[in-house]
Design a binder for this molecule. Structure first.
Ligand SMILES: NC(=O)c1ccc[n+]([C@@H]2O[C@H](COP(=O)([O-])OP(=O)(O)OC[C@H]3O[C@@H](n4cnc5c(N)ncnc54)[C@H](O)[C@@H]3O)[C@@H](O)[C@H]2O)c1
Length: 474
């Protein structure tokens, strides 16, 4: 046994690295174990989010947006560009540089906060010891009073469309195509399917998305999902609902898909296939048999409302436990657990976690959908406001979508806000603050919003709850 810590975190994704930094800030001697290897063969801190998730996908979404705008938005402004071309090495290289900058940044933050990083696969042993296996197979064991498990999640693989890293890929593979696929198939019209499908559509791919469920984006509010579907269809994303993939075979001329929809069995040939049918909690090899830490039926580490596993000094956070698989949810759990360990009052409000899909237009929401409230028998009133009536959005040539605010019919407390439109990934923050402070639609309606800004759509939606929006008929 070489080293003894107050806290060992297994996993350096947005849940784990944030927990480690917060624990160290609170004066706890902290280590963080992670095995992720970057393209340069060195340890790359930051987990899925920084290496192959949130950050690289946003880099490619932005590059592809610039390219798409040349043909689809510049002409509206009277700007023409001839012979626009994309250099794929620069396109992918810029993304890799951003990833390196941020993964390296975590190393710097660890240094500044005196978190000790370990490079290898961590396994929890009985008695809060952690065995670390390096890439060369060598092992060492460290121990701590508290261990935080933050092992994240991995893509779900379909048995009849197994990942081969070349033709049938997961999110990581779809961030590294060396050329724009002429035909891209996507299985799953969820967050990854829509974001990465958008990237390659903007780059010129013919994108077909096969979604098993009959309703598009059923996790979102139905009105918002409907508006989003209309915009995605205009962009040329061919989304097939109620369609189930039966087979994917790699042949010389591409990946041959067989799927069944309402009209029967269908065939489709694509050059690349992205399978994005969800992720599952990752805990392979994480727990020795006698630790007492339990997994639920979906393989998630079981925890109570304080992220405690029930085993003395063992906690679990992020994608590896219940709740939405979102980086910011994991980070907040990381902060809260570090604070609980230090004897402080940690806090995560799961009711106000914002959801964002970084398509164009963006989709964002927090709180309950109209259907959830209807099903629960909670009385509500709704206010909406279209971006078409927002001067800033029109000036930007991005006047699509709307803000929909739902408040309690009796108390006016905001229960949910749902948006599709320009910049809504940022606009949702104001609503989350209002909801966190148990605000009402009237609270937001009484706040001065700068003119002309996109945030006026939130203001007007709040006014519209009480049928007094100014710039539309009520
Ligand atoms: N912007 C973000 O916050 C962001 C970005 C990327 C990923 N994530 C998270 O990562 C996780 C994984 O993302 P994802 O897009 O893979 O999952 P997801 O759950 O968002 O979507 C998966 C979709 O695949 C469909 N599906 C499942 N099995 C299918 C099948 N056999 N055939 C056709 N369709 C099928 C589902 O009905 C669902 O619509 C999610 O929890 C997501 O929240 C978040």
């Amino acid at each position: 046994m070489s080293d003894k810590f107050d806290v060992i975190v297994i996993g350096a994704g947005p849940a784990g690295y944030v927990a480690a930094i917060r624990a160290a800030q609170l004066g706890l001697k902290t280590a963080c174990v992670d095995a992720f290897t970057g393209k340069d063969g060195k340890q790359a801190l930051g987990g899925t989010c920084l290496n192959v998730g949130c950050i690289p996908s946003k880099a490619l979404l932005d590059s592809s947006r610039q390219y798409w705008n040349i043909a689809h938005n510049f002409p509206v402004h009277g700007i023409s560009v001839k012979d626009a071309k994309v250099d794929m090495a620069t396109f992918i290289g810029r993304k890799d540089k951003i990833v390196k900058q941020f993964t390296g940044g975590i190393g710097q933050l660890f240094k500044a906060n005196k978190v000790t990083p370990y490079f290898g696969t961590g396994k929890l042993l009985k008695g809060n010891n952690v065995e670390i296996t390096a890439a060369d197979g060598s092992k060492q064991t460290i121990s701590a009073t508290n261990v935080i498990l933050a092992s994240g999640s991995v893509p779900i693989e379909l048995p009849f469309a197994k990942f081969d890293g070349k033709n049938i890929v997961d999110n990581a593979g779809a961030l590294d195509f060396t050329e724009v696929p002429k035909r891209l198939g996507v299985i799953g019209a969820g967050v990854i399917g829509l974001e990465l499908g958008s990237v390659w559509r903007r780059m010129g791919s013919e994108v077909t998305i096969i979604e098993a469920l009959p309703d598009f984006l059923s996790v979102a509010d139905a009105d918002i999902a409907k508006l989003a579907a209309k915009e995605f269809a205009k962009q040329g994303l061919d989304i097939k609902l109620d369609a189930k993939l039966n087979k994917a075979e790699v042949k010389k001329d591409g990946v041959h898909l067989t799927y069944t929809d309402k009209s029967g069995e269908q065939q489709l040939v694509v050059d690349k296939l992205l399978v994005a049918v969800g992720r599952r909690a990752y805990s392979t090899g994480l727990l020795a048999e006698d630790t007492g830490v339990k997994l639920d039926e979906r393989g998630r580490i079981m925890v109570d409302e304080h992220c405690h596993t029930g085993v003395d000094g063992v906690w679990a956070i992020g994608d590896a436990v219940r709740g939405p698989m979102l980086a910011h949810k994991g980070s907040e759990e990381g902060v809260a657990v570090a604070e609980w360990i230090a004897g402080k009052a940690g806090h995560v409000n799961y009711d106000t976690v914002p959801f964002v899909i970084y398509t164009e237009p963006e989709v964002a929401w927090a709180g309950k959908t109209e259907k959830e409230l209807k099903d629960a028998g909670i009385p509500y009133k709704v206010g909406t406001f279209p971006f078409a009536a927002i001067g800033r959005a029109v000036a930007m040539n991005e006047a699509v979508g709307q803000v929909k605010m739902i408040a309690h019919a009796d108390t006016d407390r905001i229960l949910g806000v749902h948006m599709v439109g320009p910049g809504v990934s940022e606009l949702i923050a104001e609503c989350v603050v209002a909801m966190e402070f148990k605000g009402s639609s009237e609270d937001l309606a009484r706040i001065v919003h700068a003119h002309p800004t996109l945030s006026e759509a939130v203001h007007e939606a709040a006014l519209s709850v009480d049928k007094r929006a100014i710039h539309k008929g009520n």
